[in-house]
Design a protein around this ligand. Sequence first.
Ligand code: NAD
Length: 478
Amino acid sequence: AKEKSAIFIIFGGSGDLAHRKLYPSLFRLYKSKVLKDHFAVIGTARRPWSDDYFRETVITSLEDYFDDDKEIMEEFAKHFFYQSHDVNDSEHYIALKNLAGKLDDQFEAGHNRVYYMAIAPRFFGTVAEHINSEGLKTKDGYNRLVIEKPFGRDLDSACELNGNISKAFPEDDIYRIDHYLGKEMVQDIPNIRANNPKLEQALNNKYVSNIQVTLAESIGVEDRGGYYETAGVLRDMIQNHVMQIIGAIASDDPKAKEAKVIHKNKCDLFASLKELSPEEVDTEFVRGQYDTDKTGEKKAYRQEDNVAEDSNIETFVAGKIEFNTDRWSGVPFYVRSGKRMPDKSSRIDIVLNDKVKELGIRPNSVVTLLIEKEDGNSILINGLNYKDAGQDFIEFPEEAEFDNAREAYESLIIDILSGNRVHFTLWDELRSTWKYIDTIRERWDSQTPEFPNYISGTMGPDAAEMLLERDGNSWIWD
Ligand code: NAD
């Protein structure tokens, strides 16, 4: 990619996300010369730090990920500046504006601004409004607002948040990050579909028995118990990441290149989610919370730090999602995400039926897309690498070959700097998915679960297996 120019203003510049994800990604972009001479990063947070101290923290976090010479890290860090800031104080925005203007002149950054919310979600609206009202936006460059998850905690709060930010920024300038959309395999799904006509021909209710999306983690909540108590897997993984992955595999017209068309197709798909009645929640969705492991050594969720002893937050969800479209009606999308499962795994399993014979595909084949980068560019057919599977209905499209170097955040930041909105989520998509998720949440909140109900290191509660057995199906990853 060509060199880009911008001033980044990172709200929450002293935080965990900034140090673990953003600065390492910006450094990678610096090494690949996407960021070179014409950029600067302003970190803002409450603490009164000097530029020098801020730069030290940036370099320290880089040292965890890179073994480059310190010299190049120091050169990079010269682009970093710190401004202490309280989100509610108007004057601080003026100071930010002046600093950004000064740095824009110094680095010739083309009057482009990226406002990045690496801050608690309750501040998103306030910050966006102040950016607008205190005149931080430039006239002759772009002004893009980047928002991290969680985007609300239900439909109402998401609407409110969206109302606040869209008073300050037009939809086209809002980049809502779902970092799964930054993962190479997820980005390549449309390519894979578009380049494999037989597979694409099979992707509908005539030939698909079911589709399974699994996002499994082996770790527990670690030190994020406090956050997790406000979330749970349903909000943290299903509403956003799992839905977006389904969007990539199931929306129409994978050949579409234009962001507007791609988004419309995804919006249409999510608008056709088959709503659940409260009673259907009981039969179509399963929740779980981890207990200790078989040896009794690991902490149960309720024993984790900052977690209530009687917490009813779920650390596991499995469910059956359906769509009311000509293409997909009748096809179950089984989804599953949990902590303390046997391994880390992110995968899509497409289970074909016996009619695919007429397309020249071996009956009942299973096509698996492995989403984690560590798995390389893997497509499996019946558990074998697609090249060794003895069935030639899938070729990995050449232009999609993984370079296996790009982190999700790195790729998303390039998109933000290029104005490419394809891999970000639209408000309409979130509205539909929240609406769907709220029904489940409300039902669950009205009942008391029997937690904990699965042993750490297992596939979750038995009910998650029965959910599929009942339909004559079973989990492929088991
Ligand atoms: P964090 O607590 O580590 O950092 C929060 C930052 O906000 C700090 O820099 C803090 O100084 C600043 N801040 C707090 N109150 C402020 C105020 N009144 N005025 C100005 N600045 C203030 O949090 P984090 O883990 O970095 O998360 C930041 C955001 O990113 C959250 O919305 C979180 O949900 C989201 N997120 C984080 C991760 C992650 O891996 N950490 C992953 C996905 C999304």
